[in-house]
Structure formats: C-alpha cells, structure tokens
Ligand binder design. Structure first.
Ligand code: NAP
Length: 527
C-alpha cells in the first residue's frame, strides 16, 4: 500500500493544506523519507463531521449482521497488510517487530470480538414491561427499552499502541460496534501507520456500500484540529488516551460546549504493587524478577506500568530490593516512542532522584543513541511518600519507586493516600489473607482492576476486563476502554411507551425476530 500523506475524509483522500508534518524514526532521530503529511484545518474537521452526522442514522440502523461483517472486513484488511504494516510501525515507534506483530493480532482479534458482540445483541439491553391496564389506582403503559448509539465519536489515537489503541484500536472498534461513525485524529508519532490502517477502514466502508461518513482520519496539531473536533456540534463523545494535560484540556472543551458531551480519557496511573510479608518471605526473588520484567516492558510505556512497589521493612524486603536491583541493572536501554516522551521521562527520573528522602537503588544499562531510556529504581519511606504528592505523579517510562513502610498500618495508609489507578496488585500467600482482606476494600475504591500474584502489564481483551479507574487514571470511572463493555460508553437508553407494533424497533418486537436475550417483565429469557 502506498502512503501518500493525505487525510481521509469520508471516501476522499484530501491533502491537508497547513504545515506538513514529517514522520520520525525515534531510533535514529531522523525524519522518515517522504511523503510528509499535510495538516488539516477546522474546515476539514467540519467536512468530516458533517459527513459523519449524515451517515449516522443509516449506519446505526444497519442490520446487526452487516455491522458485524463490516468490523470483520476491517480486521481481515489489517491482517492482510502483513509485514508492511509492522515494518512501518516499527520505523515510526521504535517498538520491536515481535511486539508489533502481537499488537496487530490483538487489534484484529479485538475487532472480531466486537463483531461477535454486535451479533449477540446483549448490548441493546432489550427490556420489555407489559402494559397493566387494570392496575389500580393507575394503569401502567407498555414500556420497552433499548440502547442506541450516541452519535459521531472523536477518537484520539494513542502514541503507545500504534495499532491496538490507535486508528482501528479499542476506542474505534467499540464506537463502530455501538453504531457510531468515527473520526480519528491521527497521532503524530505514527502518521504512516495511521494512514495505512485508515485506508483499510475507508476501503471496507466502500466495499460494504456504507455511507462514506462512517469513517474519517484527520491529521494535524491537537491545538487546532483536535480542539475543533471536540468542539464540533456533530461530535457526541470523545475517546482519548494520552497525557493528563491533554485529557483534561479536552474535558474542559467538551464541558464548555453549548451541548456538553462525555470525554472518555485514559490519562495517568502508577499501578501500585503491594508486597505482603509472607509472599516476600516465600518468593521475594521471583517477585522481584517479575516486577522488573513488567517495569521495563515496552520501555515502560504502558499505562499499566508498575510505577510503585510497597512493602513492610525487614530482611525479606531488603532481599527483594537487592534482587530487583540486580535484575534491573542488566536491563538494556530501549528506544522511546518520541523525543518528547523521552525528554519527559528523563525529566521525571531526574525529579525523582532529586526529591528529598528519595534515593536511587539501581539503574539499567547506560544508553547511547537518540531517545534511549535506561531503567531506574528508587527507594523512599512511607512518611516521605505521604508528604510529597509529586511522588504520585506518573513518570511515563521504565522508572519505579519502592516505598518502605514501618508496619501494616503504614502500608494501609499509603494505599488510602492514592488517587485513582487503572490497576492495583497484591503479591500474597495464604498466610497474608488477613492483611489482604484489610487492603482490598481500600483498593476497590482506588482502581479499576485488582490483581493477585500477577503483574499489571498485559491487558486481556475480554468481556470481563476493566481498563479504567477513578481520576486521574481516567475521566470517568464508570467506563472501561478495553473489552466488550467499552461499547457502553457510546450508547444511551431510549424508552418506547405505548408504541404500535409497526413503529417498534425490531429488538423490541413481540415476536423477537432478532432472537435476542431480553428482560421481559423482570425475567431474562430468549423470547
Ligand atoms: P498527549 O500529548 O496527551 O497527546 C495525545 C493526543 O492528544 C495527540 O494527538 C495530541 O495532539 C492530542 N492533544 C494533546 N493535548 C491536546 C489539547 N490540549 N487539545 C487537543 N488535542 C490535544 O500524549 P502523548 O503524545 O501520547 O504522550 C505524552 C505524554 O502522555 C507521555 O509522556 C505520558 O506522560 C502520557 N501518556 C500516558 C499514557 C497512559 O496510558 N497513561 C499513554 C500515552 C501517553 P498533538 O500531538 O498534535 O498535540
């Protein structure tokens, strides 16, 4: 597939008239040879939004089987791009090819899972309450509920998942599955990858005979096209993964519109790992190795990266610290996604090193070449951690801090102190159960996913997954951005009262022609 540097607005390829952006190879620090990518304007955003609004009713009312087939066609098209896609993504992100092949598989699998979900129709939540004309003192009307799509959705591709959380990633798949047209703002860190995937979606739209406004891809600066997109009246929801500053800026724009809209922003999390005493005594060295492996995965550029370990002082915690230092000391430096992310990492690691009461425990292999991140482990005590809110800030990259607590009360105080997190992990043995029982109710309030004896990196795309959490992990703790429940973000309920049969949506018809599981008069049944 030829990359042209164009935006994709509905069925057209459009050259952005504003300042051209170059694709960069972070491993060499050099621009990737032509083409450059023309930046769009507010007028381009408006064109894409108008097409999306025009496509909405036709797209959301497609037969479920057609919408599912559309998602599967996108999945097959991405798989068919083969090595060309992973090679381009490798050049633009510095991520290893094997990781990108895995990510491509996840992206394809995710689209297919959403296709199954669309066919099954549970997300429609069809609910029927029969009329009670004889009820005293007042009769009850015939009430029927289903969920419908919200409207066109703006998606901001994430820098750290160029496939699985970008143009055809989790947010796009969930929104398209829910029946929403999607306009993606391409992330500047993988422009060519974005165009390749965007062209696959554009082609699937054409081949399936869908309205062209179902999908558009816009290139340009966040401050111009990103802001214009979120402010556009046709847009009804936003999906975002990135910095806290970026996410909160979009939340403000969305809240200040004449019609405010939801922003589902996934922003910052340090994913604490609690090391309970019996677990440390039984297998401290193995936990240390697993912790360090999780910390350096993908150069630490995962939203679920374990940025904090918390344990109770004693010989077992000392041995953990020594084992983790040894494991980390041999880890090679890795290429980060962009020069900006690399600079922010170095600044964050420097800030940790200079914080009073924090000292360096270990450092990974020295870096040479552009945008290389070395791993780093710091140590502090609970009182220092509790006194300095900055120690809770995400340092995006392979850096983590070990917090030493005097006793269990201090460990629980540290847990209570946290702001919202995507994950919280407990390393425990059976003998740690009483302490774990005191910890879990606190962590339930703090995080979207609680793990026992695992490590937080690696997020399964499944029905029961929750990738979310209270602020600042995300802007809305009621939602997940990974897994099939992610569709919920882009749906809303509508109740049909006393509708004649001819006017009812198929999902709510008496004969249940879609053969759905439905809640009828309180009972769940297929009928
Ligand atoms: P970012 O700077 O927040 O950018 C993400 C996307 O949002 C980009 O397309 C960006 O456009 C756009 N954007 C940012 N601010 C905007 C604004 N005020 N108005 C409109 N659009 C805006 O995130 P990033 O480039 O991916 O990485 C920077 C930092 O984000 C990292 O160092 C890390 O701290 C954090 N991050 C966190 C996670 C996580 O999952 N926790 C993931 C990725 C990144 P432009 O680039 O064109 O401005």
């Amino acid at each position: 597939m030829q990359i042209t540097g164009d935006m994709l607005i509905g069925g057209r390829a459009v050259r952005g008239p504003e300042k051209p952006l170059a694709a960069f190879n972070p491993a060499t620090g050099e621009a990737i040879p032509a083409p450059a990518f023309g930046s769009g304007t507010a007028a381009d955003v408006d064109a894409a939004c108008q097409l999306a609004a025009a496509a909405f009713d036709a797209y959301r009312t497609l037969p479920l089987a057609v919408r599912a087939a559309f998602l599967e066609r996108i999945a097959d098209g991405i798989a068919a791009l083969g090595d060309a896609l992973t090679e381009r993504a490798h050049a633009e992100t510095g991520l290893p090819k094997a990781r990108l092949e895995g990510e491509r598989g996840r992206t394809v699998g995710q689209l297919k899972l959403f296709a199954q979900e669309v066919r099954q129709g549970l997300w429609l939540t069809p609910t029927l309450d029969a009329a009670l004309p004889e009820r005293k003192p007042l009769p009850r009307a015939d009430l029927r509920l289903q969920k419908i799509a919200l409207g066109p959705v703006a998606v901001f591709g994430a820098s750290n998942f160029p496939l699985a959380f970008s143009v055809a990633g989790g947010d796009t798949a969930a929104a398209l599955a829910a029946g929403c047209p999607v306009i993606v703002k391409a992330h500047g860190a993988h422009l060519g990858t974005s165009e390749m995937v965007g062209r696959v979606i554009q082609q699937a739209v054409q081949e399936m005979g869908l309205p062209e406004g179902v999908f558009s891809l816009i290139v340009g600066a966040g401050r111009t096209v990103g802001e214009a997109l979120v402010a556009h009246p046709a847009i009804k929801a936003v999906g975002f993964t990135g910095s806290r500053a970026g996410g909160t800026a979009l939340m403000r724009i969305a809240a200040n519109r004449p019609e405010p809209i939801p922003v589902y922003a996934e922003m910052s999390s340090i994913n604490p790992v609690f090391l309970l005493p019996e677990a440390l005594a039984a297998r401290g060295a193995a936990i240390a190795q697993g912790f360090v492996d999780s910390l350096v995965l993908g150069a630490g550029q995962f939203c679920t990266n374990p940025g904090l370990a918390i344990g109770i002082e004693g010989p077992a915690l000392d041995q953990f610290a020594q084992a983790a230092s040894r494991a980390l000391g041999v880890k090679p430096a890795q290429t980060m996604l962009t020069a900006g992310i690399h600079a922010a990492y170095e600044e964050g690691a420097r800030r940790l090193a200079e914080t009073q009461g924090v000292s360096a425990l270990a450092q990974g292999q020295p870096a040479s070449g552009p945008n290389q991140a070395f791993a780093a482990l710091f140590v502090t005590d609970a009182q220092t951690f509790l006194a300095q809110p900055a120690l809770e800030d995400e340092v995006f990259g392979p850096a983590s801090t070990l917090v030493r607590c005097k006793d269990e009360a201090e460990l629980l105080a540290v847990a209570e102190h946290f702001a919202g997190q995507l994950t919280a992990t407990i390393q425990m043995e059976r003998a740690d159960l009483p302490a774990a029982m005191r910890l879990v109710p606190i962590l339930e309030r703090k995080a979207g996913r609680l793990l026992v004896n695992g490590f937080p990196t690696g997020v399964e795309v499944a029905h029961a997954m929750v990738h979310g959490g209270p602020f600042p992990a995300t802007s809305d703790s009621r939602a997940t951005s990974v897994g099939t429940s992610a569709m919920e973000r882009f749906l809303r309920p509508v109740c049909y009262q006393d509708f004649p049969a001819e006017l009812l949506p198929q999902a709510l018809a008496d004969a249940n022609p879609l053969d759905l599981w439905r809640r009828k008069n309180g009972e769940l049944m297929r009928g």
